[in-house]
Ligand binder design. Structure first.
Ligand SMILES: *Cc1c(COP(=O)(O)O)cnc(C)c1O
Length: 373
């Protein structure tokens, strides 16, 4: 058994395995009820990183009784993004014109308490050989699909041989240009990134990783090494982050995280407003919180460290990007903007002496740069 398999087999999966929870029998009994609704998994590597019940890592994976309280409206709650509504075949979401999300398993190295797929993750018999076969066949039959995001569950929990087979089948589809792997494995079970796995992955370029990091503490030396192995075999690494109350809902933490990602050759891609998933109310923030954080990032640190802030529209509208306001006024004549320091600037759209037109072309004889003939 490899180290990562051992760490998975020694996961906390029951209430009695959980770190830093109240002793009271009554509390634990109620927590059992939570775990019947939403499974628990914390692999032993991640468990070791948790230092207290106030730890941002603890909050992501240890269930609390708050999961039983829920104030989310309507019946979106178990599937807030209405993924089931956009599945032409089981476990494949085709929402955007040219790309699909394909679930290749439904297990994760840790079960996140705020998971948008709480309805699926950790339950048996959801993703099967047959659903996978149908998903791949669907992609093969739809030439407009040029991008597949393998997701789950976590694709990297699939054994090497099987992963090799799936990637090989996808790569044999001529119209499929890029393959993305959506995974939390490098940050939560770094021992899974083995030489053998790398030797498989590097056969399937262009292959992209969309990883998931929520707090700078997740970037331990082991995790940094795993990410370096992936970067060294030429995989462009990206990260997405979920905005979570008490975990990363302050600008200093978020900035530290984004900078630390870049230092590890990981490009921050998205910050998500937390989805309206049942049982996750206590981890959600206001949207304004996210906008404030974006304002504190933009201009204050490398542009490359600034991801897009998105709401994945409830009910299946897809991702919508939000920006803090930078346009104060926008008329035909001028645009008034404000920069990261709050200073105001005017950009004129009038030009020329008589000018209303703004598409004046540069006269031939006034080129800035004369090239040798
Ligand atoms: C996020 C997502 C994608 C990928 O979106 P990008 O903006 O291209 O990264 C594709 N399909 C679904 C259903 C998604 O939720």
């Amino acid at each position: 058994m490899e180290l990562w398999q051992k760490q998975l087999s020694q996961s906390a999966v029951k209430v009695k395995d959980l770190p830093f929870i109240p002793e009271s029998d009554e509390y634990r009994k109620k927590l059992e009820q939570v775990s019947e609704n939403y499974p628990i998994r914390i692999n032993s590597y991640f468990l070791e990183q948790i230092k207290s019940s106030n730890d941002p890592l603890w909050k992501q994976v240890v269930p609390t009784l708050e999961e039983l309280d829920d104030f989310v409206q309507e019946d979106l709650i178990s599937d807030p993004l209405n993924e089931e509504g956009d599945m032409p075949v089981p476990e494949l979401v085709h929402r955007y014109p040219d790309r699909v999300l394909l679930m290749i398993n439904n297990q994760c190295p840790i079960v996140c308490r705020f998971c948008t797929r709480k309805r699926k993750i950790g339950f048996p018999g959801i993703v099967t050989r047959e659903t996978l076969r149908q998903g791949i066949e669907y992609i093969r039959d739809h030439p407009e699909i040029r991008d597949v995001i393998m997701s789950g569950g976590d694709p990297l929990l699939v054994p090497d041989k099987e992963l090799d087979r799936i990637l090989g089948e996808l790569r044999s589809i001529p119209h499929l240009e890029i393959i993305r792997i959506g995974t939390r494995v490098p940050g939560t079970l770094p021992a899974r990134i083995t030489e053998n796995l790398c030797s498989i992955l590097k056969k399937y370029h262009p292959l992209y990783f969309n990883m998931h990091f929520n707090h700078p503490r997740e970037l331990t030396p082991e995790v940094e090494k795993a990410c370096a192995m992936l970067a060294d075999i030429g995989i462009p690494l990206g990260s997405q982050t979920v905005l979570l109350k008490g975990v990363n809902d302050d600008s200093a933490t978020m900035k530290e995280l984004m900078q630390k990602l870049l230092k590890n050759r990981i490009k921050p891609y998205y910050i998500y407003q937390a989805d309206m998933t049942e049982g996750t109310d206590h981890l959600r923030t206001s949207v304004q919180k996210g906008l404030d954080i974006m304002k504190d990032l933009m201009g204050h640190t490398s542009g490359m460290a600034v991801p897009y802030f998105v709401i994945d529209a409830p009910g299946g509208g897809g991702k919508v990007r939000l920006l803090p306001d930078s346009v104060i006024e926008h008329t035909e004549d001028e645009v008034v903007i404000t920069n990261y320091e709050g200073k105001v600037f005017r950009y004129s759209q009038r030009n020329g002496k008589n000018g209303s037109s703004n598409d004046r072309s540069i006269p031939q004889n006034q080129d800035m740069c004369q090239l040798p003939a």
